[in-house]
Design a protein around this ligand. Structure first.
Ligand code: ZN
Length: 1068
């Protein structure tokens, strides 16, 4: 039988036929006669009562469901308002479903313009609701698809959160939250759904979208005429005829050339952003339960949830829901994705933090769900470190997904699929969903745009299509599922297959030979202010990363030196405490917390988590040291060095602690003394006042202060500027040309900092047009000129200050004996609006590239603006140091808490503070303390050991009072030959007493080293970021010392698992 086809409209008038279809499914107009008006043919009011949970933000966490429902609920009605912002309101819903609704679908319809959770009468989380912001995203709960009758009185509860899906802004989305927001109850009823009408509205909606997108193509006209004929049929009272017409259209499938979209449900849920952590816990319950509800009726649904922390919250706060989620995990429908503890920032966390994100994320999934993720999923962070491929390989991952690069302001990234090569040469498969979004609504225009926007046409036959409400969570809706069914395989639209990420990546991998290669970082040309905003967060992050490193090192030494049996209780307790602490740090590295883009309420809470982690790190460190040295006997002052090379450093000790007449220098105020101490690699030494190789001197000549310690010579003006810096005895000066042209460093400079929109996020290119040097010689601000506070021979300290705007700035410039760098210890009382503060170094170094410290390595970037790609990198991320050099000399800037840099031409600047007003109006408006240092050097940065000095700058010698008997100095671990840095020494997480060490090649060279351990080792195995055991690694012993020879390729990361042997010695 031939296909009669659809009946076209009488007139060829696109301008009437097409809008007519849209009007027929409009929610706003013509509801008296159109299809939407027929959706709910009957409804009944609900008897409502209410109880306001006492307390504000997070107060819900101390109430169980059973306690809540025992409270006194009082009657409320439509039109009543509830609030203020962040409070919780419980509603009891009582109703009876009419018998005449038997066999029909029955829904609860709800409106409060807020988020809410539907609970059963017996305490099961049933589904989330989100009924505003500004349009309803999920405003009904389906009680039954087919009412069985005689249910009697029914009770449900709704827990209303006094916030919207995206927090509580009342003007612009990123405005600070309105603290007094109220939410009005606008709708509360049970309603009967006409399910035929429901299906027809979706048929018409998708046909309308197809017509809109495909006309003037034949297939687009077919869609329009089908829909038009359907409307005529429905008006004539023939709904089933209309349904048949739609079925006929959607049955026409695609040909083989069609692109496939892997539809993957997700609910990108920011762990904190325009709402605090506590609200995210509830958002998890709302999002997860909503997806389970959808799975009841849409068995094809695949939903992925990233961030193990969110799964852990589900387990902790909603154990019954968590069990139901796990059942769908077992069924392969509800899947963990991404591997990490949270979706972290891609720039700021250290290499070790990155490893731990994967380690604790996968550990959770393995232990809880019996599976691990196969991909790194980071759709929404503000740039991606060039070491990520190496870090991924280190934890066993080869698949990467993001979409954020589509936000770049200047250049369009040329691929959606590529082989990404990191600084160590590791490669992974990278996929950017070409729809450039993770919260697709699943519409025809999105599907077609995704296909059109694909940068790899003819190379890739499949792309991820991530659908579901996101940022504030939520995920796919039933309506999206309906559209997806119609678009599964419909000629004219890409195929839309529900698929797991694993299935999608497998198909991409089969096409990988077609993909181009991208080498180095994925630099996001936007949001570059996030390296600097919320300075206290960054500083705490750096401090705690080093504190946890040291705690794990000392704990490992206790195990290695004393043996596992002697240290087991300490190990067990410490491993638990350290894991909890690491997870707090990893949580704070979330991609809106550490970047500084969250609302005010988030930061004191994050700070508390950091401080708790710092306290645990100090406790574990002290307990481990006590175990190693014992606690009995006369105590002496000792310094401990947790770095792998010997150090000579000036430290402070209590006055009189070292014998009089030694090489000491009273500190300012006289309560303490400086001494120069020597400490061996990864070991300890009695504090002895060493003789400085050269005394540090300061001389003033014409208001210029000349400092010299035999290694560094610097000249400082009375306003704190650096006008000469060189390696002592060298004639090359960082700030003075051979012809005498004068340059300057430490130019404290403020710039206007008014982004186009994303205030806390962005520092725009044009800020560079507004520099104002506040410590120039002719500065208009009140400067307290340099005075000599301490004058050697162990340390020279100058002090100066400046008052500007509403802020003040005080700086101690310090040069210590034997130091390779000059330190700037800086206190700022910061109260500016939309300004950025930097220290600028205008140097005499002729080069077109600069190097920046990143995770387990460093990165070279051009300092010129040849191309648009170079130009866009005006503000870049770096960690502990940046360096510009000529082949045989150069200049480095070190810091202990900053991440924002610029290197342009011969200039290097370090960003110190910003003052954005949204979404946190108070961001950074307080007192700050931070340090940076400058280091002139001979040779390359590798020859000058810039990496080592930056480690020292971030990790001062530890001073303790310890009982030392006989041995006054020892080195537990060291590394012979340069190149590889032993960053991590930690007890294996499995509690076996094995020790994991993690090293990285730091020079960008092929390096051979020997790790030397003064402890007995039974076996050495290759390991990785997951702490797995690999092949045996050869080692040898000589006179009780274990040597492990290793070879490294440039910037490679290597882990070993050491099993300690019989105990070589103890403290007794
Ligand atoms: Zn996000």
């Amino acid at each position: 039988m031939s296909d009669p086809g659809v009946q076209a409209s009488i007139h060829k008038n696109l301008k009437t036929t097409l809008p007519r279809i849209n009007n027929y499914i409009s929610s706003n107009r013509f509801r008296e006669v159109n299809l939407v008006g027929r959706l709910y043919p009957d409804s009944r009011p609900i008897t409502l009562s209410h109880w306001a949970l006492p307390g504000g933000e997070g107060a819900w966490q101390s109430w169980s469901f059973d306690d809540v429902i025992k409270q006194e609920f009082t009657p409320v009605s439509i039109g009543d308002s509830f609030g203020p912002t962040w409070t919780t309101h419980w509603f009891k819903l009582e109703f009876e479903v009419p018998e005449e609704w038997k066999g029909k679908e029955v829904r609860i319809r709800w409106g409060t313009n807020s988020e809410a959770t539907v609970w059963s009468h017996d305490g099961h989380v049933l589904q989330g609701l989100s009924t505003g912001d500004p349009v309803a995203k999920r405003s009904y709960y389906t009680i039954t698809r087919s009412y069985e009758g005689q249910a009697g009185p029914q009770v449900f509860y709704i827990e209303m959160a006094a916030n919207k899906l995206l927090g509580a802004y009342s003007g612009d989305q990123i405005d600070p939250p309105d603290p007094d927001m109220m939410f009005t109850l606008t709708l509360a009823e049970i309603a009967l759904l006409d399910s035929n009408v429901y299906q027809l509205t979706h048929d018409l909606e998708v046909l309308y979208q197809l017509a809109n997108e495909l006309i003037p193509d034949h297939r687009g006209y077919q869609a329009m005429y089908t829909a038009n004929q359907m409307v005529n049929s429905i008006i004539a009272g023939d709904d089933s005829g209309a349904i048949a017409l739609a079925e006929q259209y959607f049955a026409k499938g695609n040909g083989a050339r069609c692109h496939t979209l892997a539809a993957i449900g997700n609910c990108h849920l920011d762990t904190a952003w325009l709402w605090p952590y506590s609200e995210t816990k509830r958002k998890v319950a709302r999002s997860f339960s909503s997806q389970l509800k959808i799975m009841e009726n849409y068995p094809e649904h695949i939903f992925v949830a990233s961030q193990a922390q969110q799964w852990a919250w589900c387990k902790e706060y909603y154990p019954e829901l968590y069990e139901r989620v796990k059942a769908q995990v077992a069924a392969g429908k509800f899947l963990p994705v991404g591997s990490t503890w949270i979706e972290m920032d891609g720039n700021i966390p250290s290499g070790e933090s990155f490893v731990r994100q994967f380690f604790y994320g996968q550990k959770f999934y393995r232990e809880e769900l019996g599976m691990t993720c196969k991909e790194f999923w980071l759709p929404d962070t503000f740039g991606y470190s060039a070491q990520i491929p190496g870090l991924m390989k280190h934890v066993g991952l080869e698949r990467f997904l993001t979409q954020k690069m589509s936000w770049s302001l200047v250049n369009k990234f040329p691929h959606h699929n590529f082989v990404w090569e990191g600084i160590d040469g590791s490669t992974v498969l990278a996929h950017f969903p070409p729809g450039d979004s993770y919260h697709m609504n699943l519409t025809v225009d999105e599907a077609i745009w995704t296909q059109e926007n694909l940068q790899d046409k003819g190379r890739a036959g499949i792309s991820a299509f991530l659908f579901g409400y996101g940022d504030g969570g939520g995920g796919p809706t039933q309506e999206m599922m309906e559209r997806r069914r119609r678009l599964a395989d419909t000629d004219g639209c890409p195929k839309m297959e529900m698929m797991t990420p694993d299935q999608m990546f497998e198909r991409l991998e089969s096409q990988q030979h077609n993909f181009c290669r991208w080498v180095g970082e994925l630099f996001l040309e936007l949001h570059n202010g996030t390296y600097t905003t919320q300075a206290a967060m960054k500083r705490l992050c750096r401090k705690v990363e080093f504190a946890l490193r040291d705690a794990e090192f000392y704990l490992s030494m206790a195990i290695g030196l004393l043996g596992i049996s002697a240290t087991l209780p300490l190990l067990k307790q410490s491993l638990t405490d350290l894991e909890i602490s690491w997870k707090k740090v990893l949580l704070n590295q979330f991609h809106d917390v550490i970047p500084g883009s969250s609302i005010e309420i988030v930061y004191p809470q994050a700070e508390e988590l950091y401080n708790e982690a710092l306290l645990v790190a100090a406790t574990v460190r002290d307990e481990a040291i006590k175990a190693i040295f014992g606690d009995i006997g006369t105590k002496s002052q000792v310094v401990i060095n947790s770095l792998q090379w010997p150090r000579d450093e000036v430290i402070k000790v209590t006055a009189g602690a070292v014998k009089p007449g030694s090489n000491t220098q009273k500190t300012e105020g006289g309560a303490e003394e400086y001494v120069l101490v020597s400490a061996p690699p990864m070991g300890y030494a009695l504090v002895l006042a060493g003789t400085p190789p050269f005394p540090v001197t300061v001389n003033e000549v014409n208001e210029v202060f000349v400092l010299d310690n035999g290694f560094v010579q610097a000249e400082i003006t009375s306003t704190g500027q650096l006008i000469s810096l060189k390696v002592s005895g060298d004639d090359r000066d960082v700030f003075r040309h051979g012809d005498g042209t004068q340059l300057a460093g430490n130019q404290i400079t403020i710039f206007d900092d008014e982004p186009l929109y994303w205030d806390a996020w962005d520092v725009m290119d044009y800020h560079l047009e507004t520099p104002e040097v506040i410590n120039a010689k002719d500065s208009k601000y009140t400067i307290t000129p340099v005075t000599v506070v301490e004058s050697g021979p162990l340390l020279v300290k100058l002090r100066w200050g400046v008052e500007f705007g509403k802020s003040s700035f005080t700086q101690d410039i310090e040069l210590a004996a034997a130091a390779a760098y000059l330190t700037f210890s800086t206190s700022v009382s910061w109260h500016e609006d939309h300004k950025i503060l930097k220290t600028v170094f205008d140097t005499n170094i002729q080069t077109n590239k600069a190097n920046f410290d990143i995770q387990f390595g460093h990165l070279q970037r051009p300092t010129h603006m040849n191309t648009s790609w170079d130009t866009a990198r005006y503000e870049v991320c770096g960690h502990k140091w940046a360096d510009i050099s000529e082949p045989d000399w150069g200049f480095a800037v070190l810091n202990e808490s900053k991440y924002g840099w610029m290197a342009r031409g011969h200039q290097v600047s370090l960003s110190l503070l910003r003052s954005p007003k949204a979404p946190d109006y108070t961001a950074d408006m307080k007192d700050h303390f931070f340090k940076y240092a400058v280091m002139p050097h001979r040779g390359t940065l590798q020859e000058a050991q810039v990496v080592q000095r930056a480690y020292e700058f971030n990790n001062p010698l530890l001073k303790c009072d310890l009982p030392l008997e006989g041995v006054t100095e020892d080195s537990w671990v060291s590394v012979e030959d340069d190149g590889a840095v032993l960053h991590t020494v930690k007890p294996a997480d499995d509690g076996s007493g094995d020790i994991i060490i993690r090293m990285f090649e730091s020079c960008g060279c092929k390096s051979k080293v020997k790790v030397k351990l003064s402890m007995a080792i039974a076996s050495v195995k290759a390991s990785n970021g997951m702490e797995e055991s690999g092949v045996e690694v050869p080692f040898f012993e000589e006179a009780g010392v274990t040597f492990v020879p290793l070879s490294f390729t440039p910037f490679s990361i290597k882990a070993l698992r050491l099993t300690p042997g019989s105990v070589a010695r103890g403290h007794d």
